[in-house]
Design a protein around this ligand. Structure first.
Ligand SMILES: [Zn+2]
Length: 285
């Protein structure tokens, strides 16, 4: 009896232990699957993304997200030096300097292998293609739209989608195109302007874009409506001939970052008013 009992106890013990181990395995598996689910559901981004800005204020529901991503950089130091140049220039440029607490900056560290699979160089325009799941992953991580700025250390061409503040869009900066840091920073501001809806104000532009608000009017009548009271009350704002590659269109100032960035310090009053309105409008949404 005792033995049997003992056997029974022993047998039950083994059975219980086995059941417990099996239960443990099942629960470990469940917990693992749950953590995988939580990881993908709530972070949704498999790459190394880090917050760069420190001055950001979390009191605003909507922020202007800039996400930097490097390509072909030899080391992290070169990238952080370049990013510092761009961020410092941005935070000193009107009207971004007035809304720095609404600008959130991130950067993504990609390994060389990741760069090769996510960013593909093309022969056409734009010069790079970005994998859609990478873009979607950033959206899911930020839970917001953003501007993705790819700095290509070995690239020569820069461009940006003509877009708006409420849309995710892409900016490509070919680092080798710029002869120095000033030129690089101004080139970035020019492309950022496009991504927020500003048109080219040059006459001899290579890439023609259609005339449109706020800074390239097809006629003087439209320019009068768009510039409004700024003409006459603010220095530099007039009806200047030529923008978007057409000498008959009208632009607001002789020089601007949206014209030749190397020959301008700022966006000019019409563009600054437009940018301030859209950046401040973020918090009202
Ligand atoms: Zn341009």
């Amino acid at each position: 009896m005792r033995l049997w009992h003992g056997r029974f106890t022993l047998g039950q013990g083994i059975e219980n232990t086995t059941v417990n181990i099996l239960k443990g395995i099942i629960w470990t598996k469940r917990l693992f699957l749950l953590s995988v689910f939580i990881y993908f559901a709530f972070s949704c981004f498999a790459y190394d993304i880090e917050l760069y800005s420190e001055q950001v204020s979390w009191q605003f529901e909507q922020l202007f997200n800039l996400v930097f991503c490097s390509l072909n950089y030899r080391n992290k130091e070169d990238l952080s030096r370049d990013m510092k140049v761009l961020i410092q220039r941005l935070s000193k440029t009107k009207p971004f300097n007035e809304v720095v607490e609404r600008i959130r900056v991130y950067y993504i560290n990609l390994s060389r292998e990741e760069e090769n699979t996510i960013l593909k160089r093309t022969q056409g325009f734009p010069p790079l293609k970005v994998r859609q799941d990478f873009l979607d992953g950033i959206s899911a991580y930020l839970k917001s739209n953003y501007k993705l700025i790819i700095i290509d250390a070995s690239g020569f061409s820069s461009c940006a989608e003509l877009s708006s503040i409420d849309k995710t869009s892409l900016i490509i900066l070919g680092r080798r195109r710029y002869k120095n840091e000033h030129s690089f920073a101004r080139g970035f501001l020019h492309e950022l302007g496009h991504s927020l809806g500003l048109r080219d104000e040059c006459v001899n532009c290579q890439e023609l874009c259609p005339a449109g608000p706020p800074n390239c009017a097809p006629t003087k009548e439209e320019a009068k409506r768009w510039w409004g009271k700024l003409v006459g009350s603010v220095p530099r704002v007039h009806y200047i001939r030529g923008c978007c590659g057409d000498k008959d269109y009208i632009r607001p100032t002789i020089a601007s970052l949206m014209n030749d960035p190397d020959k301008a310090e700022d966006f000019g009053p019409v563009n600054e008013r437009y940018l301030k309105n859209i950046l401040e409008g973020l918090s009202k949404k």
